[in-house]
Design a protein around this ligand. Structure first.
Ligand code: NAD
Length: 326
């Protein structure tokens, strides 16, 4: 049984991290920590465990295997470093670092993300990121189809999203399409809308587009040499069409964002994180995925600011999984 502590008990902690860990048959919540007492108490009462206002006091006192850290990006770095240094498995939110907010990641944010990876590499623990789209059933199905190779190598990948999914679609873009070599991006005033042209290392190309005014959470169109695969929205559909066949799949009853489906994303993603620890398997949304997201997002920010194409500088480029790297 893994003993889990929740650090940060507001929206993500209360609604997604804590319930998902509590539901897992191999996990037990043993402590809740928040700097605000009423929040810490609320979590502690819900799970009938002690509460803490200070993470050091909690780590000193409790026996803990996994620390879930759903705090805002301003507080994430110190808490993640501290827990890694104490040899805890860590599950935290995305993005790893964002001094100016999660939708305005710039090259200056990357060194701190690399420092987290350096710390992680010193310890034999898992480091997972809450890129919840990996838990989507439509996404899982589409990944299997792409992995099968039946649709050939990638030619073009397109992705668009509402502002809230920007970090997620960059992570998915790399995961579904492969490592990104270079970007050229534009944004409007205030970066409420962004668009980037992307060149993959494989030679394939793609576009990423975000708008604060888009109602759809996200959509991917993966166009291979022998067919295409499309993923539509959270809890939505996925379909694949090859030169020979056409397959359209509703993977659940809801074609749109439904609360039960949204919650299931986190449950499935966190269950996979725990199962990977238990079975000694690599987790797709691990620290490397967190770092690669930062490097691509920062290159996009750099391109917006300079008006020039920017090469994506990958730290330790041989590390990090995509669906093509098995
Ligand atoms: N993965 C996703 O799909 C997804 C969805 C929504 C939000 N998020 C991200 O999750 C993060 C958390 O979101 P939230 O809405 O819960 O935000 P939040 O930052 O308001 O809540 C975090 C909680 O952590 C507490 N906290 C801060 N520093 C602490 C410390 N040192 N020790 C203990 N507790 C501390 C705060 O008091 C607060 O209660 C945000 O960065 C957000 O962007 C991710």
């Amino acid at each position: 049984m893994y003993k889990v502590a929740i650090v940060g008990y507001r929206v993500q902690g209360k609604l997604h991290h804590a319930p998902a860990f509590a539901k897992h048959p191999d996990c037990k919540i043993v402590a809740v920590c928040d700097v605000l007492e009423e929040r810490a108490r609320e979590g502690a009462d819900t799970y009938r465990v002690p509460f803490y206002l200070d993470v050091d006091a909690m780590l000193d006192k409790e026996e803990i295997d996994i620390v879930a850290i759903p705090v805002g990006e301003k507080y994430r770095f110190d808490l993640v470093m501290k827990c890694l240094q104490r040899n805890k498995h860590v599950f935290t939110e995305k993005p790893l670092v964002a001094e100016a907010g999660q939708y305005r990641i710039v090259p200056g944010d990357v060194p701190k993300a690399r420092a987290m990876i350096d710390e992680w590499r010193k310890h034999n623990v898992a480091f997972g990121i809450c890129f919840g789209l990996h838990g989507g059933r439509n996404v899982r199905w589409a990944k299997q189809v792409i992995r099968s190779g039946e649709y050939g190598p990638l030619a073009v990948l397109q992705a668009r999203c509402a502002i809230g999914s920007w970090n997620h679609i960059i992570d998915m873009f790399r995961f579904l399409g492969g490592e990104v070599a270079e970007v050229f991006a534009y944004a409007d005033e205030g970066w409420r809308s962004k668009t980037a042209a992307v060149k993959f290392e494989s030679g394939a190309v793609g576009t990423l587009m975000m708008s604060a005014d888009l109602a759809l959470q996200y959509q991917f169109k993966w166009i291979g040499r022998k067919g295409e695969v499309q993923i539509d929205d959270i809890g939505g559909t996925a379909w694949a069409r090859s030169n020979r066949s056409y397959e359209y799949r509703y993977l659940n009853e809801q074609g749109s964002l439904a609360s039960t489906t949204y919650f299931a994303l986190f449950d499935d993603h966190i269950a996979e994180f725990v199962d990977c620890i238990k079975e000694g398997r690599p987790f797709d949304a691990d620290g490397w995925a967190g770092l690669r997201h930062m490097e691509i997002d920062a290159a996009i920010g750099g391109s917006i600011m300079t008006g020039q194409p920017v090469k994506v500088e990958r730290y330790l480029p041989e590390y990090g999984r995509t669906i093509f790297s098995e």
